[in-house]
Design a protein around this ligand. Structure first.
Ligand code: SIN
Length: 283
């Protein structure tokens, strides 16, 4: 196998060809793919056709698999494998209520959030249903130096659903909610793989800023979120069935789109790769 890498930007997003993920890859390819993920943050593999066990082996190239938090959306025979399916989505006034419909990073309320998340598309509507990604490393780099200094040492408590969340997250029973962790996370993290600083934002889960007046804390989060979700930091993935896309949760935020015909099925497998506790960037 010889990898061909087609970057979308200098160091954000790349399509990788020349690899068949239905069979285990050699150690040298594994090392290259990990280096590519650390650099480009979103990797696209087209024309893969993976069974759930093959998808698990492909995701394991990037680390140990992490349990799905929402057990009701997993494959019964392969509980590590989640599924994003139109069939599971509620509708309001005819519109699908998709999970992940504003920019976020996965499970930031965990002390050790997933390093990466991957989706493998089995069925895709003819139009719509793209996934958008923004590069929160570049968004941080572009902030004025005076603001970077102000962010030094700031942390936010990430909970299941913030009191000011812009969207309603999956409803949990009181028992399930009690089991969901919360975590105090740096506002600017040091990427565990390559040391790059990155904004760490999730407006659905952030409960203000530690030791800051709530309104001021939420206003700062909103300003940073508006900046980081600007179109200049975006890669928008138009799915084809057979795509496997993996992204680095410590380098990008992502969002789903509910803009497709609810009668058209969209079905993807989902896996997460375990991460480690996050450290603050040295600013
Ligand atoms: C998500 O993980 O937020 C869902 C992405 C998608 O289905 O497009």
């Amino acid at each position: 196998m010889s990898l061909t890498v087609t970057p979308f930007r200098e160091d954000f997003g790349a399509e990788i060809s020349g690899v068949d993920l239905s069979i285990p890859v050699l150690p040298a390819i594994k090392e290259s793919l990990n280096a590519l993920l650390a650099r480009y943050a979103v990797l696209i593999f087209r024309e893969q056709s993976l069974t759930p066990p093959q998808f698990m082996v492909a995701a394991e190239i990037f680390g140990e698999l992490m349990d799905q938090q929402l057990k009701k959306y997993v494959l019964p025979d392969y509980p590590m494998v989640g599924c994003n399916s139109t069939d599971d989505l509620p509708r309001k006034n005819g519109k699908l209520q998709v999970r992940g419909e504003n920019y976020h990073t996965d499970h930031s309320n965990e002390r050790c959030p997933p390093k990466a998340t991957t989706l493998h598309a089995l069925q895709i509507p003819p139009t719509g249903g793209d996934t958008q990604f923004v590069d929160v490393r570049k968004a941080f780099d572009d902030l004025p130096e005076s603001l970077k200094i102000k962010l030094r040492g700031l942390r936010s408590r990430h909970v299941h659903q913030s009191s000011r969340s812009p969207r309603e997250l999956t409803k949990l029973s009181p028992d399930d909610l009690a089991k969901i962790p919360t975590a105090l996370q740096p506002l600017v993290i040091r990427h565990p793989g390559n040391g790059r600083p990155a904004l760490y934002l999730n407006t659905g889960r952030m409960e203000g800023i530690e030791d800051m007046d709530p309104d001021a804390g939420f206003a700062l989060i909103e300003n940073l979120y508006q900046h980081a979700t600007d179109a200049r930091y975006e890669y928008r993935h138009k799915w084809r069935s057979g795509d496997m896309v993996i992204w680095d949760n410590q380098a990008v935020m992502h969002q789903a789109n509910a803009d497709y015909d609810p009668e058209q099925k969209r079905f993807l497998y989902r896996l997460m790769v375990k991460g480690q506790a996050l450290s603050p960037a040295e600013l």
